[in-house]
Write a protein that binds this ligand. Structure first.
Ligand code: GLU
Length: 439
């Protein structure tokens, strides 16, 4: 049996950290098993789905390296859903209901008042033929509910172990809207069956969908796939939006986060494995095991993502970033990579090193800088020059540590922190060093 999984986003917004985690876990699971990965666009809700979101989510998936083997759109498959609807009707498992949303809401309030759970009371099953005809004449269109069997629904979840629901404690789900449009709950089962999906891995928020879908699979004469429900991610929203503009993948990308930083973090959140900065998917695939995921809510922290981004960059060879840094060479990259958190900072350092107009010089230390200038080593500079220079400055002035180094760093770069000065000094070069010390 070939393992087959799918990622099934609804194109009603941009991909975010939460649904990318679902996509990634599916991807790693199937790649580890040598299986297939299907991207399915759940766009039966034409009112809320937007083509630009479809486009954006495909682009984001590619950017992350989550490449799919097959692609389907639910909006292309209405015929298949219509056949399933007819089959369920013929089997007596779909029944027409005429309640308006307001009537249903009132009934739920009454149930709540009496301390009852908000389960649909199946009033529509009691409607007489005459009543239904009367509704039809009034122009009321029915929606259709699936008749659940009043028996226990049990499955062995890849993450949660045995899960049990009482059919009687779940509402009959609406599968077809008044306008005849099939809902996700039905469409998904039809697709998962026809596409040979063997494992459905999705968020815990779908557990009750799974309960009803188990019965729909059976009612359609199919065998339900295996299910795994991931515990959800928790994050401190406020902080997220302040730091990097949001937790959708586009904002992270715009903030300079690398795709592999996202993958490395999301592959491990909620597992017993440490988060590491692997350069590509291969190591994540090899280490993947769905059993490593726990049942507790996992914490997503954007600071962790930023740190991981730095760690990842610190290890990357020039070849991996060359195309994105047309202004830099390998020597420059190796000089600054240990001190950056995002690739954009390489440009900042290039501007600082080669620039003309920064806040260079240091008026508070004119005398000290003049002294230092007179002690600059002669000849061509290399990575030993900074050490030689500052030793003689120290011998001459008696300065040590911060007092010795900081005014020089400030004068030469305009900043108190940055890559090691032994790398920067030869990159800045003699001419600019002289100018900046004199300023
Ligand atoms: N379109 C559904 C969602 O985004 C898919 C859920 C599923 O994986 O079945 O929540």
């Amino acid at each position: 049996m070939t393992i087959s999984v799918r990622f099934a986003p609804s194109p009603t917004g941009y991909l975010h950290v939460g649904n990318v985690r679902t996509a990634l876990v599916n991807f790693l699971f199937t790649r580890k098993a040598g299986g297939r990965f299907l991207l399915r666009i759940d766009d039966t809700d034409t009112g809320r789905s937007r083509p630009e979101y479809v486009h954006a989510l495909e682009e984001d998936m590619r950017w992350l390296g989550l490449i799919w083997d097959d692609y389907k759109k639910q909006s292309d498959r209405f015929d298949a859903y219509e056949m399933a609807r007819q089959k369920l009707m013929a089997a007596g498992r779909l029944y027409p209901c005429y309640e308006t949303p307001e009537e249903l809401e009132m009934r739920r309030k009454m149930q709540a008042g009496r301390g009852l759970p908000p389960i649909y009371d199946r009033a529509a099953l009691q409607l007489s033929q005459i009543q239904k005809e009367k509704y039809a004449k009034e122009g009321r269109k029915p929606h259709y509910r699936f008749l659940l069997e009043d028996k226990p629904i049990v499955w062995y979840d890849l993450i949660r172990g045995e899960v049990r629901f009482e059919g009687a404690h779940v509402s009959d789900p609406v599968l077809v809207r008044e306008d005849g449009v099939p809902l996700y709950t039905l469409a998904s089962v039809v697709d998962d069956t026809e596409m040979g999906i063997t494992h459905i891995i999705r968020g815990e928020d779908h557990v009750s969908n799974t309960a009803v879908q188990m019965q729909i699979f059976t009612a359609l004469g199919a065998v339900a796939p295996q299910f795994g429900h991931l515990a959800l991610l928790k994050s401190s929203e406020g902080e997220l939006s302040k730091r990097v503009g949001g937790n959708d993948i586009r904002s992270l990308r715009d903030a300079g986060i690398e795709p592999m930083a996202i993958n490395n973090l999301l592959a491990k959140l909620g597992t017993s494995d440490p988060v590491e900065a692997f350069p590509d998917m291969q190591s994540l695939i090899e280490a993947f095991d769905i059993k490593k995921f726990g049942r507790a809510t996992a914490n997503y922290d954007v600071h962790e993502l930023e740190r991981l981004n730095g760690k990842l960059l610190h290890k990357l060879p020039f070849t991996a970033v060359k195309e994105r840094l047309p202004f830099a060479d390998e020597h420059f990259w190796l000089s600054v990579r240990a001190n950056i958190k995002t690739l954009a900072e390489v440009k900042t350092w290039s501007d600082i090193v080669h620039g003309e107009t920064g806040k260079y010089g240091n008026a508070e230390h004119t005398e000290y800088l003049a002294k230092a200038l007179s002690l600059l080593p002669s000849g061509n500079w290399d990575e030993t020059s900074w050490g030689i220079w500052t030793q003689s400055v120290s011998a001459d002035t008696g300065r040590k540590g911060k007092e010795l180094f900081l005014p020089l760093r400030l004068a030469l770069t305009g900043l108190e922190h940055g890559p090691e000065m032994k790398f920067l000094l030869p990159l800045i070069g003699r001419e600019k060093t002289l100018q900046r010390l004199k300023k």
